[in-house]
Ligand binder design. Structure first.
Ligand code: SF4
Ligand code: SF4
Length: 280
C-alpha cells in the first residue's frame, strides 16, 4: 500500500465533516502521559502501541429532546448519534488505512451491557478525556466533556492512528462553573464530594441501576445531569435559559397544565415507552 505523505489535518478534518461529524480534534498520545489523569492502562499507546495521535469526532444532541427525558424519543436520539459516530469513525480509519497510515476506530460505548457496568463501571477507552486532550472542551464536575457550543450535550468517538499530527490547543479556562445543578437533579443521588474538586465523586453503580430501569421501559438514557448544565450556546439557540423549570416541574404543571414547555415534555414522554412512576 502506497503511503500518502502529504496527508494533513485539514484533509482529515474535511473528510470527517463529509462523514457527518460536527467536531474534530487532535490529541498527541504524549498528553495522556503529560497530564497523568487516568490509569496508564487507558493510555492510547498502551491500548494500541502504534498509536501516535487520537482523532476525536463528535456530534451534538438536541436540548429539547434531552429536556423531555426519560423518553423513548431520547433513546432513539442516543442510538442515532451512536450509529453516526461509529460509522464515521470506522470510515475515517478506513480512509487513513487506504492512504497507508495505520488507524483503528474505538467504538462509541465500549461495554457490552448495563449488567457489566455493575462488575466494572468503565469502558475500554475514555472519549471524554480524549476530547479534553484534543482541545474540544474541559472536564465537567459531572464527568462529561463540556463544550462551548453545546455544553455536555455532545457525543464522542475516537480514531487512533500511527500518523503524527500536531495536537490542537487545549482549552485553558475551565468551562464548568461548579454550580452542582447536576448533583441536585440526579434522581439516583449519584454525585457527592467537594464542590471545588475537578470532578464530583460518582456512584457509577447507582447511575447504571437507574439506566437499567429506564431501559426496561424503553426510555433510557437518563441524561438529567446533562440537560441541566447551564454551559453551552445551544441554550440560546433553543431559547431555554431558565434552568429552574427542571426542578419544579410537577408543581408548575399542576398550576399551569397548558404551559407549552411542560406540555411538550409530557407528550414526548407519554408515547413509545412504558409509563414510569415519576410520570405521575
Ligand atoms: S451542571 Fe454545573 S457543576 Fe455540573 S458540570 Fe455543569 S457547570 Fe459543572
Ligand atoms: S445519568 Fe442520571 S442517574 Fe446517572 S449521574 Fe446523570 S443524572 Fe444521575
Amino acid at each position: 500500500m502506497e503511503t500518502n505523505s502529504s496527508l494533513t489535518k485539514e484533509t482529515i478534518t474535511q473528510e470527517a465533516f463529509r462523514l457527518g461529524m460536527e467536531f474534530v480534534g487532535y490529541a498527541p498520545v504524549d498528553r495522556w502521559q503529560q497530564y497523568g489523569d487516568l490509569p496508564t492502562e487507558f493510555y492510547p499507546a498502551n491500548i494500541w502501541p502504534l498509536c501516535k495521535t487520537v482523532i476525536v469526532l463528535g456530534v451534538p444532541v438536541w436540548l429539547p429532546i434531552l429536556e423531555a427525558a426519560p423518553a423513548e424519543i431520547g433513546r432513539e436520539q442516543y442510538s442515532i448519534t451512536n450509529k453516526l459516530l461509529d460509522e464515521a469513525a470506522y470510515r475515517l480509519a478506513a480512509f487513513l488505512n487506504r492512504q497507508g497510515h495505520a488507524a483503528i476506530n474505538i467504538c462509541r460505548d465500549g461495554y457490552g451491557d448495563f449488567e457489566l457496568l455493575f462488575e466494572q463501571p468503565v469502558a475500554v477507552f475514555s472519549h471524554v478525556w480524549a476530547g479534553y486532550y484534543a482541545g474540544l472542551g474541559t472536564i465537567g464536575w459531572n464527568h462529561t466533556l463540556l463544550t462551548k457550543q453545546f455544553g455536555p450535550r455532545v457525543r464522542l468517538v475516537s480514531v487512533l492512528t500511527s500518523l503524527e499530527l500536531g495536537g490542537d490547543p487545549m482549552l485553558v479556562e475551565d468551562l464548568c462553573i461548579k454550580c452542582q445543578l447536576c448533583k441536585k437533579i440526579c434522581p439516583s443521588q449519584a454525585f457527592a464530594g467537594d464542590k471545588e474538586a475537578r470532578c464530583g465523586e460518582m456512584d457509577k453503580h447507582a447511575c447504571a441501576r437507574n439506566g437499567k430501569r429506564l431501559r426496561q421501559a424503553f426510555r433510557n438514557p437518563c441524561g438529567s445531569c446533562i440537560k441541566v448544565c447551564p454551559v453551552g450556546e445551544d441554550r440560546k439557540l433553543f431559547q431555554s435559559s431558565n434552568i429552574q423549570v427542571y426542578f419544579n416541574e410537577k408543581q408548575a404543571f399542576a398550576q399551569e397544565p397548558d404551559n407549552p414547555i411542560y406540555r411538550s415534555w409530557r407528550h414526548m414522554r407519554k408515547y413509545g415507552g412504558h409509563p414510569l412512576d415519576e410520570d405521575q
